[in-house]
Design a protein around this ligand. Structure first.
Ligand SMILES: Nc1ncnc2c1ncn2[C@@H]1O[C@H](COP(=O)(O)OP(=O)(O)OP(=O)(O)O)[C@@H](O)[C@H]1O
Length: 367
């Protein structure tokens, strides 16, 4: 691996602490050069605050930001009063490219000059900066739109110009805040694929903030889930999907998740229900199963070695080709059933049913 002057591997190394009234962001994060990390989390988790702090637009209460071995920000020891800055590089001198939702393009410059702005700042002459900008507009498929003002571009086009503008400076760190959120479904699909290509070609580190698990899975090498200012789970898509550790993550990946205590093949859940699982385990455990693993019956099913419980239907919604049935009772759970099954069982809110899940469909793992 390439090394920086200080001998550290290139990329981002940071500990962000931002205190703002009740809210506290406390996030330790490393992103290698060439790697894309998705920051995922519910509203108000602190995702945008993290990006703004990295860009230098938000003051750290504590911690540091180092990029390619160079410190951009460090808060001096806080003992005895207000935090001071031991190191501070202003936003415009950080090698960071940003695409923020509320900060897309300069309205008074055309697309070409928007993209040329960064290279100009880096000291390139006007003609050279424009040539580089034209090259980037080409790469995002907007070679013929250089003379358009932002208000003459569609949302998707403006987003691509913003991406070209961020990449044109060859940033060591690329920050994208909900890059696809404003786009309609069709444009989103195309832009996501295109963005993925650019991220793959980008040699610096990249962080993408998103609400959308599909965007995160498609764009990033690694996911970091933050809730209430802290990282609650991180890993690749496979490990997070297989073993969610919070209710938010479980909902995100579409699983029913419960906490309990395992003793061999039995997991006693925090309510008073005990599940039988296929793989034995001991100690505090999570148990998770997919909504599609839940079968519904009007009468208690017998014979098969299933987990069964009595439940009340609290809601029915369309979910892809199936219907998702929300169940209340000793276990709050979602069940995916076919429209035919809903009709046959005459399911409706308020109705009592029996729910069943096979032991082999339940994943149990330590907390
Ligand atoms: N300018 C501000 N002044 C005071 N509090 C703020 C400000 N901006 C954000 N907050 C608070 O800081 C916390 C983190 O907000 P932040 O915008 O970083 O979350 P987020 O994860 O990006 O959320 P979203 O997905 O809704 O954009 C929230 O509790 C929010 O209410």
């Amino acid at each position: 691996m390439r090394e920086t002057d200080s001998g550290t591997p290139p990329g981002l190394d940071t500990h962000l602490v931002v205190e703002r009234g009740e809210f506290r962001l406390d996030l330790r994060l490393r992103v290698a050069a060439g790697e894309t990390v998705a920051l995922l989390g519910p509203n108000g988790a602190g995702k945008s605050t993290a990006l703004r702090a990295l860009a230098g637009l938000e003051s750290l209460s504590d911690g540091f930001v180092a990029l390619d071995g160079r410190e951009l920000d460090r808060v001096a020891s806080r003992r005895g009063g207000e935090p001071g800055r031991a190191q501070w590089v202003p936003p415009e001198r950080r090698r960071i490219g940003v695409v923020f939702q509320d900060y897309l393009l300069f309205p008074h410059l055309n697309a070409l000059d928007n993209v040329a702005f960064g290279p100009r700042r880096q000291g390139l002459r006007r003609a050279a900066a424009r040539a580089r900008a034209a090259g980037w507009l080409d790469r995002v498929g907007l070679g013929d739109m250089g003379d358009r003002r932002p208000k003459q571009l569609s949302g998707g086009q403006a987003q691509r110009v913003a991406l070209a503008r961020a990449l044109a400076t060859n940033p060591a760190l690329l920050l994208l805040d909900e890059p696809l959120a404003a786009l309609d479904a069709r444009t989103r699909l195309d832009t996501r694929a295109e963005l993925h290509r650019h991220l793959t070609g980008h040699t610096g580190a990249a962080i993408v903030v998103t609400h959308d698990p599909v965007d995160a899975l498609m764009l990033a090498d690694r996911l970091v889930v933050i809730e209430d200012g802290r990282a609650v789970q991180e890993g690749d898509a496979e490990s997070i999907t297989a073993r969610p550790r919070t209710d938010y993550v479980a909902r995100l990946v579409g699983l029913n998740l419960y906490r309990g205590r395992a003793e061999g093949h039995r997991v006693a859940l925090d309510g008073d229900l005990t599940l039988t699982v296929a793989d034995p385990l001991d100690g505090p455990a999570f148990a998770a199963f997919a909504p599609s693993a839940v079968a519904l019956f009007l009468k208690r099913p017998d014979g098969s070695p299933r987990n069964t419980w009595r439940a009340t239907v609290s809601g029915i919604h369309r979910h892809g080709d199936n219907l998702r049935v929300q169940l209340e009772g000793p276990l709050r759970a979602a069940a995916d059933v076919t429209p035919a099954a809903v009709a046959q069982l005459r399911l409706e809110p308020g109705q009592q049913v029996w729910a069943a899940v096979k032991a082999s469909e339940i994943r149990a793992y330590p907390t």
